[in-house]
Design a protein around this ligand. Structure first.
Ligand SMILES: Cc1ncc(COP(=O)(O)O)c(C=O)c1O
Ligand SMILES: [Zn+2]
Length: 451
C-alpha cells in the first residue's frame, strides 16, 4: 500500500466522527465495524450514529462513478484514510469492487439522470418556469437506490479486512445478514455475490416467489420467518436478523440504527442532485418529496442535497396505510431539539398499530427506523411530512407511466404521490424534485385503489 502522503496535492477527507443523536456518544471515524452506537445494548435500537460533516462548498471530481467523484465527503473515505490507505488505493478499491459488482449486476455505479420531466410537469399544472425534476434511479445497480446505501457498508468491510482490522480473516468471513422482502434484499445479495461474501436474507413467510428466485440465483441463504408465539411485537424477520447479528453475523441492511454506514453512501444521490441544481438558472429547487419506508433513503438524500447549500424543504411521503412518521413528527414538537426527541425515542416513534398496506409495497415498514435524521432535515428546511391517500399512490404510478418513459415501480413513484397530495400548497412556478427510486419488476398487483 502506498503512503497517505504520496500525493502532495491530496485533499484530506472531511468526516471526523459519528455521533449518536439519542445519547450524544461520539465514535471516532477510525473505529472499525462501528455499525451501532456503543450504548445500543442487546435489542435496544433507540440509538443512531449520524455522520458529522460540513460538505459545503460541494465540488465533484470528474469521474463518472459518484463514489469516486464525491469520495472525499464519504465517511468511508475518512475511515480508510485514518488507517493510512492512500488516495490512489482508496480510488482503486472503489474501482475494483465496482468492477466486480458490474459483472453480477450488469452495471457499476454511475451518475444517474436528473432532469425536468416536461410532460409530467405540464400534466400536474406547473408553469414553464416551475415543474418537477425527476432523478431516475431505476437503472442504478440492482434496479434501485438501495445499493448506494449498501456500497459504503461493503467498502468499510473490505477495507477493514484488508487493513487487518477485523477479528476474522478473509477465508473465514462471518455471514452478512439482512431482513428485507424487496429491493434491499436484492441489492444486498447482489453486492455480496460480487465479492463472494455469504449472506443470509430473512424474508416474510409469504415473500414474493420471483424475488426468492432472484435471491437464490445470487446464492443468498434465504430464511422464511413465520411469527413465533414467543416473539415480542414487531417484524419476525427483524427478530431473526438480530439473533444472527447477536451471534456474530454482520448487519448488512439499510436501516441506520442497525448499521449507520448505510447513511454514508445514500448521500451520493443527494450530491448528484445538488450538483445539477446548483448549476441551474434560478429559481432553485424549492422542495424535495421523498417516499419513506424505514427512512434511510430520505435521511441520506436530504443530507446530500442540503450539503450543496440549497435548503429545499424536505417532505417525507408515506402512504395512508402506513404512516408512523407523521405521528413521530407531531410528537417530536414537544421537544426543543430533535436530539432531545431522539433521547425520548419511544415516546415519538411508535410502530404503526395496524397491518401496513399500500400499493407502494416497498414503504410498508411499520416503524420509520431513521425518523430522527428525517425529522431533523424537515425541521431545518421548513418541510413537513405528507401522507398520500391510496388513490394518490395509484395516480402517481399511472401519471409517471403516462408521461415519462421511466419504468418505475409503485414504490419508486410514491414520492410523486406526495406532490399530488400537497399540490394545492405548491405554487405553479415552484421547482420541486422527486426520485423514481426503483424499477418495476413484475406487473404490480392489484391495481385497484380500494385494496
Ligand atoms: C424503490 C424504493 N424506494 C424507496 C424506498 C424507501 O427507502 P427507506 O426504507 O430507506 O425509507 C424503498 C425501500 O424499500 C424502495 O425499495
Ligand atoms: Zn447512543
Amino acid at each position: 500500500m502506498s503512503s497517505p502522503r504520496a500525493n502532495p496535492r491530496a485533499v484530506p477527507p472531511i468526516v471526523q466522527s459519528l455521533r449518536c443523536a439519542a445519547c450524544g456518544t461520539r465514535v471516532p471515524i477510525e473505529t472499525p465495524l462501528s455499525w451501532r452506537c456503543p450504548n445500543a445494548i442487546g435489542d435496544d435500537r433507540h440509538h443512531v450514529l449520524l455522520i458529522e460533516s460540513d460538505v459545503a462548498p460541494l465540488r465533484r471530481g470528474k469521474h463518472r462513478n459518484p463514489f469516486i467523484a464525491f469520495r472525499r465527503y464519504l465517511a468511508w473515505d475518512a475511515f480508510a484514510h485514518a488507517h493510512g490507505m492512500s488516495e490512489t488505493d482508496r480510488d482503486a478499491l472503489i474501482s475494483e469492487l465496482d468492477a466486480q459488482i458490474a459483472v453480477v449486476a450488469g452495471t457499476g455505479f454511475v451518475f444517474t439522470p436528473f432532469a425536468r420531466a416536461d410532460t409530467l410537469s405540464e400534466a400536474l399544472g406547473f408553469s414553464a418556469n416551475g415543474g418537477v425534476w425527476v432523478k431516475d434511479e431505476t437503472h442504478n445497480v440492482a434496479g434501485s437506490q438501495k445499493s448506494r446505501h449498501l456500497f459504503t457498508e461493503l467498502l468499510h468491510l473490505v477495507a477493514a479486512e484488508r487493513l487487518g482490522l477485523t477479528p476474522w480473516r478473509s477465508g473465514a468471513r462471518p455471514s452478512l445478514a439482512i431482513a428485507s422482502c424487496g429491493n434491499a434484499a436484492f441489492a444486498a445479495s447482489t453486492l455480496a455475490r460480487a465479492v463472494n461474501w455469504p449472506i443470509t436474507v430473512f424474508v416474510p413467510e409469504n415473500a414474493d416467489v420471483a424475488l426468492l428466485q432472484r435471491l437464490q440465483a445470487l446464492a443468498a441463504t434465504v430464511v422464511h420467518c413465520p411469527r413465533r408465539d414467543t416473539d415480542p411485537a414487531g417484524d419476525p424477520c427483524v427478530h431473526r436478523f438480530r439473533e444472527l447479528v447477536r451471534d456474530g453475523a454482520i448487519p448488512f441492511g439499510v436501516q441506520g440504527p442497525e448499521n449507520a454506514w448505510c447513511l454514508d453512501g445514500g448521500r451520493t444521490i443527494g450530491w448528484e442532485m445538488a450538483y445539477v441544481a446548483e448549476h441551474m438558472e434560478p429559481p432553485l429547487i424549492a422542495r424535495l418529496f421523498v417516499q419513506v419506508g424505514g427512512g434511510a433513503f430520505a435521511a441520506s438524500l436530504a443530507a446530500g442535497f442540503h450539503a450543496g447549500g440549497t435548503r429545499a424543504a424536505l417532505h417525507a411521503v408515506q402512504a395512508e396505510g402506513c404512516a408512523p412518521l407523521a405521528r413521530a413528527w407531531d410528537k417530536s414538537h414537544a421537544f426543543a431539539t430533535i436530539d432531545e426527541a431522539a433521547s425520548n425515542w419511544g415516546e415519538c416513534m411508535v410502530p404503526w398499530p395496524a397491518t401496513p398496506r399500500s400499493f407502494a409495497d416497498g414503504i410498508l415498514d411499520d416503524e420509520t427506523y431513521d425518523w430522527v435524521p428525517v425529522c431533523r432535515a424537515m425541521r431545518a428546511s421548513g418541510g413537513f411530512p405528507v401522507v398520500a391517500s391510496e388513490q394518490q399512490v395509484h395516480e402517481a404510478y399511472a401519471v409517471a407511466h403516462d408521461t415519462t418513459d421511466i419504468d418505475v415501480s409503485p414504490t419508486g413513484a410514491a414520492g410523486l404521490a406526495g406532490v399530488i397530495a400537497a399540490r394545492k400548497q405548491i405554487g405553479n412556478d415552484e421547482r420541486i424534485a422527486v426520485v423514481f427510486s426503483g424499477i418495476r419488476r413484475e406487473t404490480p398487483k392489484p391495481s385497484s385503489p380500494n385494496r
